[in-house]
Design a protein around this ligand. Structure first.
Ligand code: PMP
Length: 415
């Protein structure tokens, strides 16, 4: 008998499990809107041309070897990553108050940051938005932090619960950590306005709350790398401290290469240097040092003006396709709503399929449709459309040909 025979079957990851179910479905009409990865109009994964070029340069460079990187990763990558998120002219960088370490994509950056905070920060409570990316509570819990929610999303308006957010952060103990999505909040697609960010900043600074930014979609949300980093830069500009986890999964399409960075902005260069020494103590026993290939691609692209410009163009094209999918789905649902109304108003008093304007108001990869668990199950069963049970759909998984099928399914689900 196995010494592991008592081990019980664990449930599928709620997000990755969607793709598992999708893969098992033999029906050719099937559509996977669960996957958090970009797809082309043809439904194919995309390797950016600029990434191919950078890889070719790396391969051609005979001087490149496969030695271990330092514990904190590739130095050029770290410097360029800090500039990308904080701005090339950031005074915090100029004053050497920022330490940046290469980590295993966004997830690894969050985890290293969380482990550091659990060991070296006095307050062990972290507030996370409700809802948030499903991995957040697990990452912080496992690092030994205590996770509490703050109100974020209002299902009635399908927008921000700004009042609730201010109340909850206002009631948090001073010094508590607050997780903030830098842009393109996952899963809701709802971000504060710049004006609201400013109020959040003032409240957090007045209470000494420590911001931990999760930046998984810089440039992917609006198409502009600078615009999508505004929230982070506002907090750094006031001279205060913060953490930021960056991922290159979405904005460079480097998902499986696991490239990301954790930056900690400190009050002085001296503190930053000691913080960095302790980040090494976290990383060394966890995975020793990060992988070299993906970080080299990013470093090559960020350091070369031509490649950088090509990247911004390709990035904007991805963002624009997603924005266009929102518009097409919205139009299709509007059209359906009209037909439905005309057909049935005289027969029964039907409530119209509703207001779908949140589809074009929300930003980033996901739309939080407002569909409930039963409606999602119905769409999967009857229409072979796969998404997370909270009604989140990945706009990146959609294409023009599939819009009518999705609109039919949503229409049938809410009818
Ligand atoms: N944070 C958020 C909000 C995300 O949506 C994701 C990706 N789904 C991540 C972090 C981390 O992704 P990765 O580890 O692939 O960079």
């Amino acid at each position: 008998d196995s010494v592991f025979s008592h081990v019980v079957q664990a449930p599928e990851d709620p997000i990755l499990g969607v793709t598992v179910a999708y893969n098992k479905d033999p029906n050719p009409i099937k559509l996977n809107l669960g996957v958090g990865a970009y797809r082309t109009e043809e439904g194919k994964p995309l390797v950016l041309n600029v990434v191919r070029r950078a890889e070719q340069m790396l391969v051609n460079d005979q001087s490149r070897v496969k030695e271990y990187l330092p514990i904190i990763g590739l130095s050029d990558f770290n410097k360029s990553s800090a500039k990308l998120i904080f701005g090339a002219d950031s005074t915090a960088i100029q004053e050497n108050r920022v330490t940046t370490v290469q980590c295993l994509s966004g997830t690894g950056s969050l985890r290293v940051g969380a482990e550091f905070l659990a060991r070296h920060y006095h307050e062990h409570t972290i507030y996370i938005p409700q809802p948030t990316w499903g991995n957040h509570p697990k990452i912080f819990n496992l690092a030994g932090l205590s996770v509490k929610p703050y109100r974020y999303y209002n299902p009635q308006t399908r927008g921000l619960d700004f009042q609730g957010l201010l109340e909850d952060l206002g009631a948090a103990p001073s010094g508590a950590i607050v997780l903030l999505h830098a842009c393109a909040h996952n899963p809701t697609g709802v971000d504060p306005t710049l004006d609201q960010w400013e109020q959040i900043r003032q409240l957090m600074r007045s209470k000494g709350l420590l911001p931990f930014f999760d930046s998984a979609y810089q440039g992917f949300a609006s198409g502009s790398l600078d615009a999508d980093a505004q929230s982070v830069r506002m907090f750094v500009a006031d001279g205060g401290e913060c953490l930021a986890a960056q991922s290159y999964a979405k904005n460079m399409g480097l998902y499986g290469e696991r490239v990301g960075a954790l930056s900690i902005v400190c009050k002085t260069a001296d503190v930053a240097s000691r913080v960095e020494s302790q980040l090494k103590m976290v990383i060394r026993p966890m995975y020793s040092n990060p992988p070299i290939h993906g970080a080299s691609i990013v470093a090559v692209i960020l350091k070369d003006r031509d490649l950088y410009n090509e990247w911004t163009v390709e990035l904007k094209a991805m963002a624009d396709r997603i924005i266009s999918m929102r518009k097409q789905l919205f139009d299709a649902l509007q059209a359906k709503g009209m037909a439905y109304k005309l057909l049935f108003t005289l027969v029964i008093h039907v409530c119209t399929p509703g207001d779908w304007s949140h589809i074009i108001k929300q930003i980033g990869m996901f739309t939080f449709t407002g569909l409930n668990t039963e409606q999602v199950a119905f769409m999967t069963r009857e229409y072979h459309i796969y998404m997370t049970s909270d009604g989140r759909i990945s706009m990146a998984g959609l294409n023009s040909r599939k819009v009518p099928h999705l609109a039919d399914a949503i229409h049938a689900a809410v009818a």
